[in-house]
Design a protein around this ligand. Structure first.
Ligand SMILES: [Zn+2]
Length: 96
């Protein structure tokens, strides 16, 4: 999964939430919903460096968001820079 896809997911989630909130304008509800959303975002929060080579990932960089990859396990997310991603890919192809 690409990081841009994750960002898009976050954006979709918050848009859905906003729409729901417009229907229900009660303060209590919106606070609850906000908390829910921030929990969800925390759930897909990314590491800030390459898991393999520790190159730091700039979350504001669009280029990096486009090129870095995320490998998600059940309990962990690995961020992989393009260089390491190439290595992983070549490892996989040489094995097969
Ligand atoms: Zn790397």
């Amino acid at each position: 999964m690409k990081i841009v896809e994750i960002y898009a997911t976050i954006e979709n989630m918050s848009n859905n939430l906003k729409r729901k909130l417009e229907k229900k304008k009660r303060k209590q509800e919106s606070k609850k919903a906000e908390k829910l959303l921030s929990n969800k975002i925390k759930g897909i929060i990314l590491p800030d460096e390459c898991t393999t080579c520790k190159t730091s990932f700039d979350k504001k960089s669009r280029d990096m968001a486009m090129s870095w990859m995320v490998i998600a396990n059940e309990d962990r997310k690995h961020l992989v820079c393009p260089k390491c991603w190439d290595k992983i890919k070549s490892l996989n192809t040489s094995q097969s």
